[in-house]
Design a protein around this ligand. Structure first.
Ligand SMILES: *Cc1c(COP(=O)(O)O)cnc(C)c1O
Length: 848
């Protein structure tokens, strides 16, 4: 029989146990082992199976609960864990200390993302972007940063993957029941659930209810449209993540951005949480939030649209995650007009304004990344290399500026250590919150004193063994699922070996990640797997986007390879990659393989999780590895940059990969001292733990966002909005004045006075006349720029020096010659206003 409706009945906990409720619903348990211990002590066996405190409470038999309610030992344990949580939730942490030092930090920050991967118990993510968003919230919680997370709640999160007999990916979409998840419905004081509403075309409305998850100190608000008030088609807006057509997606994004803003506002009104001053959008999907804030401002202040934008931009931070134009979210202009055209969605915001914000080269398309950049005064990529790639990719939005000056910064992603590091590792190495940077500067490194190589090695073997147990279990289950019978699966008990060098590769399967690069030369791979003295074993996992047939073909190729009885002892594909498999892999693999086509991996974070557990990275120098590889913390696979034939490039890079594995990595791993300990290998592991450990933490990342983005944004918000939006008015009127005259601003008669045979370091003088066309000298910056020149006259390695007014429209500067060789110089004029975050912000520059 099939149920017509499902619902969850909550346990009624005996009075002495009511404290368990908050411990089970606050997701801090996901990174706090003592809380998990408490729930495991209720029924160890059961907890190991369901791994979710809340479900634990609904599953444990009532008499066991009654028994516990009389168990003094258990009650004392529960009290102490509760006290610890209370302390964690209320005590001043890093952010409060920074504020105490006089830093003008924002009262709150709203963080928007289409997915959040907090825990497998709340399956609301597809991959790296969602995990990153959740790690951001967790680190913000540890640091005490007042962030509010916002996004949709999907009824069928991302799909579960299984395999057909011939290795083709099969998707299932298990439907979740939010009542059974660690979520609470946000309610009005009188009891009914809060409703957020956004207007749809044709006079309809899309309603959503708002679920709140507690991620430590951080509220995470999740919007859910599956409610009775909605027409049938609108109930499905939050049906699944990244499914559906453009129309479905734009509805999801309207809900996430505009509905998300409305949910945050209502949440703050109801709970007394300070209203956010800064709004951070994790990728462009939620970018409509900036338009909703414009609507809010227009509704209360007498401002025009430009002035409003100045105020909105001041408080917006946009993080871009994709280095490929094809990865950017775009909609047909007609579709955007369909939703925004009748003016009901955002009263007061005219549709042509909306369209202008998303304009791109193709007049028929609306570009969410362009809108993100135009609505945010601060933007960044997610690794140093990705910052450079993004500056080039979006350079056209700032014409006249060299790529290096495009105002897109970089904050390298990080991962939440307490979530990803094996507990055994933390216990062996110690390492308090303070040391790892979760609640402080994080300048020190994990302590090594008193821990020997042999101890570390034993721990690594233990973690590898645990991975192998899991691999065997999952391979067996996968074969059963593919239709094999238990009788023919005896071999799965003997696959993998706890003393063999273990390589992991697991991630989503877009083409650029090159899942199958390792198969370029199957003979060489087989030789590595079966090497007599120095074999390797490989674990592979990954999901392909359901609509990506190419990705599925790659999975099938891997599966067909690993199905071969000749290799299946040493290489496996684990279906249904998610956080729970991932954890075993990051902990148990000795080498973490990453071989994207450079520079298409914006950052990549799985290698960071491996590094924190003592794994060594073997990676293309892309994303984070381009900047963090130091020659002794792992290996860089050389790239065939410039080789345009992709197949040839794959051949070259795969060959380099086999060489590294066979000639450097395996020999080092199997080089043992008389006690069987690989000293050279462990030296690299220690080095990784000590030097990468602190840098790959999400706490480092969040501190960077706070100091370099949230704090200056809050300062600009105050200046833009204070005194009835005086700053916003001033900036907009400055911009208008500039627009009117900028074409007539000119640099004339530039000159650089040189002595005979100039040498590096000599002082020279640069002078020029500037026609300001009615602007004041204080309205502009005039700069001398000196750099090297090659065969074109383009300046490289430039040094910029401000020029001062010297009377009569003349400007002058003295500077020292920075380089030997062929140099050139120029003089340029840039806008100057206190509320500009970067001189390139307005995309205006006049060159001599
Ligand atoms: C960390 C993580 C990712 C992201 O890995 P990349 O290296 O960025 O591809 C994806 N999925 C899961 C489950 C993760 O834990």
């Amino acid at each position: 029989m099939k149920a017509v409706r499902r619902f969850t009945v909550h346990p009624s906990l005996p009075e002495p146990l009511t404290g368990l409720g908050p411990l089970a619903t606050n997701l801090r348990w996901t990174w706090h082992p003592p809380t998990r211990d408490l729930f495991a002590s209720i029924d160890d066996e059961l907890f190991r199976r369901i791994k979710d405190p809340l479900r634990m409470l609904t599953t444990v038999p009532a008499d066991r609960l009654t028994e516990l309610s009389r168990d003094e030992g258990f009650l004392a344990h529960a009290r102490s864990v509760t006290e610890d949580l209370d302390r964690y939730l209320t005590e001043p942490r890093w952010y409060q200390r920074r504020a105490g030092e006089g830093a003008n930090l924002p009262a709150a920050i709203a963080y928007f993302s289409m997915e959040f991967g907090v825990t497998e118990a709340l399956p609301n993510y597809s991959g790296g972007l969602g995990i990153l968003a959740a790690d951001h919230l967790k680190a913000a919680s540890d640091l005490g940063a007042p962030v509010i997370g916002v996004g949709p709640l999907y009824r069928a999160g991302y799909f579960r993957q299984s395999l057909s007999l011939d290795g083709w990916q099969v998707e299932h979409y298990p439907v979740i029941d939010p009542d059974g998840l660690p979520l609470e419905l946000l309610r009005e004081p009188a009891g009914p659930a809060v409703r957020v509403c956004v207007a749809m075309p044709g006079g309809r409305d899309l309603h959503a209810q708002v679920w709140q998850a507690r991620v430590g100190r951080i509220p995470l608000l999740l919007l859910d449209t599956d409610i009775d008030e909605n027409d049938a088609d609108l109930r499905g807006v939050t049906d699944r993540l990244y499914g559906g057509d453009a129309d479905h997606r734009i509805r999801q994004e309207i809900l996430a951005g505009i509905g998300g803003m409305r949910a945050v506002r209502r949440y703050c009104e109801l709970t007394g949480h300070p209203q956010p001053e800064v709004f951070h959008t994790n990728e462009g999907h939620a970018g409509f939030l900036g338009l909703e804030r414009a609507r809010e401002v227009l509704a209360v202040a007498e401002l025009d649209f430009e002035e409003t934008l100045s105020a909105v931009r001041a408080g917006t931070v946009f993080t871009t995650h994709t280095p490929v134009s094809a990865g950017i979210d775009r909609f047909p202009v007609d579709l955007v007009r369909h939703y925004f055209g009748d003016g009901r969605l955002l009263p007061g915001v005219e549709c042509h304004r909306v369209l202008a914000l998303g304009a791109e080269d193709n007049p028929g398309m609306f570009n969410m990344a362009h809108m993100g950049l135009r609505l945010a005064q601060r933007a960044n990529g997610v690794s140093a290399l990705h910052g450079r790639v993004s500056r080039r990719m979006f350079a056209r939005l700032w014409p006249g500026f060299d790529h290096a000056e495009v105002p897109i910064a970089a904050v390298t992603n990080g991962v939440h250590g307490p979530t990803w590091v094996a507990r055994e590792m933390t216990e062996l190495l110690g390492g308090s919150d303070e040391e790892w940077g979760h609640d402080g500067a994080g300048g020190r490194t994990g302590p090594r004193e008193g821990v020997s190589d042999a101890q570390l090695w034993e721990l690594r073997r233990d973690l590898r063994q645990k991975l192998i147990t899991e691999v065997r279990r999952r391979v067996r289950a996968a074969w059963m699922q593919r239709g094999a019978s238990a009788l023919e699966l005896g071999w799965t008990d003997g696959i993998f070996d706890p003393d063999v060098l273990t390589v992991g590769f697991a991630r989503r399967v877009p083409t650029y990640k090159r899942l199958t690069l390792m198969l370029r030369d199957q003979e060489r791979l087989r030789a590595l797997l079966h090497d007599e003295r120095r074999p390797i074993q490989v674990v592979v996992a990954g999901k392909s986007h359901p609509a990506d047939e190419g990705g599925k073909a790659l999975i099938q190729k891997i599966v067909r390879f690993v199905d071969d009885p000749a290799v299946r002892q040493r290489i496996v594909f684990l279906p249904d990659f998610d956080m729970s498999i991932a954890r075993y892999l990051y902990r148990g693999c000795d080498v973490w393989l990453n071989n994207p086509t450079r520079p298409l991996e914006a950052c990549g974070t799985s290698g960071m999780k491996s590094a924190l557990n003592g794994g060594l990275n073997l990676s293309i120098r892309d994303g984070w590895w381009d900047e963090y590889y130091d020659g002794s913390n792992g290996w860089a696979i050389p790239t065939a940059d410039g080789v345009t034939d992709p197949l040839r490039r794959d051949d070259l890079e795969a060959a380099a990969l086999y060489d590294l594995l066979g000639q450097q990595i395996a020999p080092l791993f199997y080089d043992r001292d008389p006690g069987g300990v690989p000293r050279g290998w462990l030296a690299m592991v220690w080095h990784t733990l000590e030097t990468l450990g602190p840098r790959v933490q999400a706490s480092r990342m969040v501190r960077e966002y706070v100091e370099s983005f949230y704090l200056p944004a809050a300062r600009n918000v105050a200046a833009a909005t204070g005194g009835d939006y005086a700053g916003a008015r001033s900036l907009a009127s400055y911009r208008n004045r500039l627009d009117a005259v900028w074409d007539r601003v000119r640099v004339t008669e530039p000159e650089l006075v040189l002595g005979d045979s100039p040498q590096v370091g000599d002082e020279v003088h640069v002078r020029a006349s500037v026609e300001l066309a009615g602007l004041a000298e204080s309205d502009v910056d005039v700069q001398a720029v000196v750099g090297t020149v090659a065969d074109t006259d383009r300046l490289h390695d430039t040094v910029t020096v401000p020029m001062s007014p010297a009377g009569d429209g003349r400007f002058a500067a003295a500077l020292r010659l920075p380089h030997a060789g062929s140099l050139g110089y120029t003089v340029r004029v840039l806008p100057r206003h206190d509320l500009l975050a970067s001189p390139a912000e307005l995309g205006r520059v006049v060159l001599a």
